[in-house]
Design a protein. Structure first.
Length: 312
């Protein structure tokens, strides 16, 4: 085997750094560029068949392990931005354009898209878990896969599901989830709020309609205003103030910033491996964490909370 895992990994890093359009484009550079041919490709070069065979069927376990190693290192080195709020995980999904040959990436007629489901460490601003599915797959089932007991998942209105609210409480998985303003609330207990503050509601309530979709367990509902816009958030966190609950949901925006950075700077629409789900999984879980650390560094510099040290 001449095209080893090290060659594969170096090729993927080169692919991102130089923003190549396709695997064929990368292969041409590996052959013609003096540096790439001597430092990235094997000494004897790499054939097209060997390159795409590796990208589609090899290196999954190694790349997964590398992802976890990098993620653990980052968690140890970066301080928590809001330690008093607990272990916060922003959860969201994002569509990625796919090509026609990706039969598994079904979305709608004439369009192929995949969807990446991300668990994002909101205290350290780094991705924690990644899953990939067809574009039309439901995002809500991935919450239980991403979230661990004791963590708090932070989600937008799409994830509102009263049955899931009950299940997550049973599993000791906390949540802060925005809910629709029109959601029926049967108030069990009302908590005091400061007059004139941005929080106007703090109650214990059952959500939904009885005998239809009502929660079995009551949840805390916090309502607050930002720039004359009202937000309603459901949670099972009773250890924090209503203001802290509003802050937690505000932090969810960091995952949207990450998605934008991810797509803009990593060119994730340009894909090498096109056939199997394993190749997609390897691409995301292997390549993205390597490039996620510069994003974390930029976030940390802006917060002036850590010193970034580059190692050669």
């Amino acid at each position: 085997m001449t095209f080893t895992f090290e060659h594969q990994l170096n090729s993927l890093i080169w692919f991102h750094l130089h923003e190549h359009e396709s695997g064929r484009d990368l292969l041409q550079v590996l052959e013609q560029d003096e540096f790439a041919s001597s430092h990235i490709a094997p000494p004897e070069g790499v054939s097209r068949s060997a390159f795409f065979e590796a990208m589609n069927s090899r290196g999954v376990e190694q790349l997964l392990e590398m992802y976890h190693i990098l993620q653990r290192q980052a968690k140890k080195q970066l301080p928590k931005g809001h330690p008093h709020l607990g272990d916060l995980v922003g959860i969201d999904g994002s569509l990625i354009d796919a090509v026609a040959s990706m039969q598994w990436a079904d979305y709608r007629d004439g369009s192929k898209k995949a969807k990446v489901h991300v668990g994002f460490d909101l205290n350290r601003a780094i991705p924690e878990k990644l899953y990939l599915s067809a574009g039309k797959a439901d995002e809500r089932p991935f919450v239980s896969k991403i979230l661990e007991s004791g963590q708090t998942g932070v989600m937008d209105r799409y994830y509102q599901c009263h049955k899931n609210f009950d299940e997550w409480q049973e599993e000791k998985k906390h949540f802060v989830c925005r809910i629709r303003k029109s959601t029926r609330k049967t108030i069990v207990e009302q908590y005091p709020v400061d007059e004139g503050g941005h929080v106007f509601l703090d109650v214990l309530a059952l959500l939904g309609t009885a005998n239809q979709n009502q929660t079995e367990k009551p949840v805390r509902v916090v309502g607050y205003r930002v720039d004359n816009k009202e937000f309603y958030v459901a949670t099972d966190r009773f250890d924090l103030s209503a203001e802290d609950i509003a802050l937690i949901y505000k932090l969810r925006w960091d995952i949207e910033i990450f998605f934008g950075w991810w797509k803009q700077h990593l060119n994730v629409y340009h894909l090498i491996a096109r056939v199997r789900m394993a190749s997609w999984r390897r691409y995301w879980e292997g390549s993205s964490p390597i490039c996620s650390l510069p994003y974390t560094a930029m976030k940390s510099i802006r917060r002036r909370s850590v010193s970034i040290v580059s190692e050669s």
